[in-house]
Design a protein around this ligand. Structure first.
Ligand SMILES: [Zn+2]
Length: 438
């Protein structure tokens, strides 16, 4: 076994921080080290202690003075929408119909899907994101391209072939039977291969007939361990249209509840306008509401009520995500910067420890994967992000007057982007620097 010793300042969370001074929520080593072997963290702690226990002749990589955190996790994005980012649309439904659906039609071509998959994984690595939960297009070829590239790079990724059989161009429609057969084929081909996870992925209630929702229900019953991902309550017109399509449902959330799609492995993108009843249903089922700040601002969808959802008597689990291509940046730092502003507009705060918790352990907990990712705990995957708070001249100038870890994290979150990512490790291998070398 070849081992590597990675030295730097280490930050890893043990739980959600309650306040900016809640130092019991994380462990921080000012001169720390991680011993890596077989793609896994073997030991973590003060440099002297970890070095003493390391095998003789271990390869050492020194990242001082930079900060090492678990790799960032993005819990909702669309890999076929890389060329949809920055499309000038008034709102969600116009954006989908004018830009997004036509672009996704191109993923019927295997060569196109394979080319975009390469760019997608490159961007994830450039931005320090080591796990993402992705929507592919309706075409099985898009899921094949995504998972093949993920396997090649040995990344822990969650993705699904989108199921949609109405209210979209012909080139983006499957049928209930096709969506069943192809989702099963994607599961058989990719689930558990390398670090790939397949998610059952009905796009949203508007683009699925009740017959297709029945198929999603069957798949969820047959594969209870799989994640389920869809969209919920993003935009007022979307909510109205959904309720017209499913008149028997009490509300939008009830559409998914009726088809057995709520649960602890279910991720619902957006959840901006939930009623109390819907939030209760989310809470009782352990479902996750996914906050997509840059997308919500870009499409004018609304302000995600993070505190209202997490502080209520029956709290809703939350995670945070880029929602590429409605989102405007691949960077989780930029995503949390916009999350901060959304909370400011609601008279709430998001402290930098909270932000870094959400990008790492918080999102891992939301995915029920904290035993594998999101911390620097021994035994977990060696997926890491190395951060430099002085990455640009403006950041370096601001960094001169930083005198606490909280200040550093807030500077990284507010002014940082891919330039602040010094290195990204996937299963113990440095992959960002080799990308830049090519
Ligand atoms: Zn989305």
């Amino acid at each position: 076994m070849t081992s590597t010793l990675i030295r730097g300042r280490l930050l890893s969370f043990t739980r959600a921080p309650h306040a900016i001074d809640d130092s019991a929520a994380y462990s921080y080593e000012s001169d720390g080290a991680l011993l890596i072997g077989d793609g896994v963290i073997k030991a973590s702690g003060p440099y002297g202690v970890v070095k003493a226990a390391a095998p003789d002749g271990v390869t050492e990589i020194d990242h001082r003075p930079h900060l090492i955190t678990p790799g960032f996790i993005d819990t909702h994005l669309h890999f076929p929408q890389m060329q949809v980012m920055a499309s000038y649309a008034a709102n969600l439904l116009e954006w989908l119909n004018t830009y997004t659906f036509p672009e996704e039609c191109r993923f019927v071509e295997t060569a196109h899907a394979e080319r975009i998959a390469i760019h997608f994984f490159d961007e994830m690595i450039r931005h320090g994101t080591t796990t993402a939960t992705a929507y592919c297009s309706v075409h099985k070829a898009s899921a094949d391209a995504f998972f093949a590239e993920s396997l090649k790079r040995d990344m822990r990724m969650i993705a699904g072939k989108v199921m949609m059989d109405r209210n979209a161009p012909q080139g983006l429609l499957d049928t209930p039977q096709m969506s069943y057969d192809e989702t099963r084929a994607v599961i058989a081909d990719w689930h558990g291969k390398g670090r790939n996870h397949v998610a059952i992925t009905p796009r949203f209630a508007i683009t699925s007939t009740p017959e297709q929702m029945e198929v999603a229900k069957s798949l969820a019953g047959e594969f209870p361990d799989l994640h389920i991902q869809t969209h919920l309550s993003e935009n007022r017109d979307e909510i109205t249209f959904t309720c017209e399509l499913y008149p028997e449902a009490k509300d939008y959330t009830d559409v998914y509840a009726r088809y057995g799609l709520l649960g602890p492995k279910s991720l619902f993108g957006h959840c901006i306008h939930l009623s109390d009843r819907e939030a209760d249903a989310m809470s009782e089922s352990g479902s996750v509401a996914v906050f997509c700040p840059t997308s919500n601002l870009f499409l004018g969808s609304g302000l995600f009520p993070l505190r209202a959802l997490t502080r209520r008597q029956r709290p809703v689990r939350v995670s945070v995500a880029s929602d590429i291509g409605g989102g405007t940046s691949y960077s989780m730092l930029k995503t949390l910067d916009e999350a901060y502003k959304i909370l400011q507009l609601q008279g709430e705060r998001l402290n930098p420890f909270d932000s870094f918790y959400m990008m790492t352990r918080g999102n891992a907990e939301a995915l029920s994967l904290v035993d594998r990712i999101g911390t620097l705990e021994p035994g977990t995957d060696a997926d890491l992000t190395v951060l430099n708070m002085a990455a640009t001249p403006a950041m370096a100038l601001r960094a001169e007057v930083v005198n606490s870890l909280a200040d550093e994290l807030f500077l990284l979150q507010t002014m940082g982007d891919d330039r602040a990512i010094v290195e990204t490790y996937v299963a113990g291998k440095p992959v960002k620097s080799s990308l830049d070398a090519n």
